[in-house]
Design a protein. Structure first.
Length: 266
């Protein structure tokens, strides 16, 4: 299924010790070699450790890596033909990514062409969640020895309102509009948002989730709530009338309260 960016495949690399997962989207299967070369440079630069072993199945795209692995002293371990159980961790991880990525698409009511954004978002999530396989630790903490940050998490597919002013070409264009949250950017400190006209943008600011707005509203279903600002204004008005009209203060205060309660009435 071609994705929104034209990709048709993906390859994931799993660390056997920390269970940390990296994912790369591909347009063709022949791009696996280039993806592994990028992965090797990235991992060795971030962790300071060399890759010693690489275990794959007997697919042609992985067999093409053998000369490169021999050149860099990496042992290439292959599974026996028709024995996927020898590569059990990777096979289960692949199924986990596909099943949960499709679940995100169904929950967000999005078409299948956004499977790349769903898969990348889910891999980002499982890398920072505790896992019983590593004794309740997170893959991110086990690999980088830092506590992951959960403050930037958003619901995949929720409505958000990013800052669109840098993308506007007209002076009177709206500075924000309702967009769709599509995940986390791998190359920016921001979020991927889908506009109403189908354009994908990167939001450097924290988009406001519609769920958060609903939780913070003051007027609830079938009841009226008084906001703190309204209460402050009411107290200020009563004190002002008591100071200006001390003789008629109680009567004026009573009328003010009656008018305020009438406004909040059903």
């Amino acid at each position: 299924m071609p994705a929104s960016n034209g990709a048709r495949y993906y390859v994931s690399f799993l660390d056997a010790f920390t269970k940390f997962t990296w994912i790369y989207v591909l347009h063709t299967k022949s791009q696996v070699s280039n993806a592994f070369k990028k992965f090797k440079v990235l991992v060795e630069n971030q962790t300071g450790h060399k890759i010693c072993n690489l275990q794959t199945d007997n697919a042609r795209e992985f067999l093409a890596l053998t000369p490169f692995l021999q050149q860099h002293g990496i042992h290439h371990r292959l599974t026996c033909p028709y024995t996927h159980q020898q590569n059990d961790y990777v096979e289960r991880k692949h199924r986990h990514i596909v099943d949960m990525g499709l679940a995100l698409l169904v929950h967000a009511n999005l078409p299948l062409k956004f499977w790349v954004e769903a898969f990348i978002s889910f891999v980002h999530i499982i890398n920072v969640l505790p896992s019983p396989i590593i004794q309740g630790d997170t893959p991110h903490h086990k690999l980088f020895h830092t506590t992951p940050n959960y403050a930037h998490f958003k619901v995949f597919g929720c409505a958000c309102y990013p800052n669109l002013r840098p993308y506007n070409t007209r002076k009177f264009a709206f500075r924000s509009q309702c967009c769709l949250f599509l995940g986390y950017s791998l190359h920016h400190a921001g979020y991927i948002c889908l506009t109403a006209n189908g354009k994908t943008i990167i939001s450097p600011l924290r988009p406001t989730s519609i769920r958060w707005l609903l939780e913070q509203r003051l007027v609830l279903t079938n009841q009226r709530c008084i906001s703190p600002l309204s209460l402050t204004f009411l107290i200020f008005l009563l004190l002002l009338k008591l100071l200006l009209f001390p003789r008629f203060g109680p009567l004026l205060c009573k009328n003010t309260l009656l008018c305020f309660l009438t406004t909040l009435g059903p």
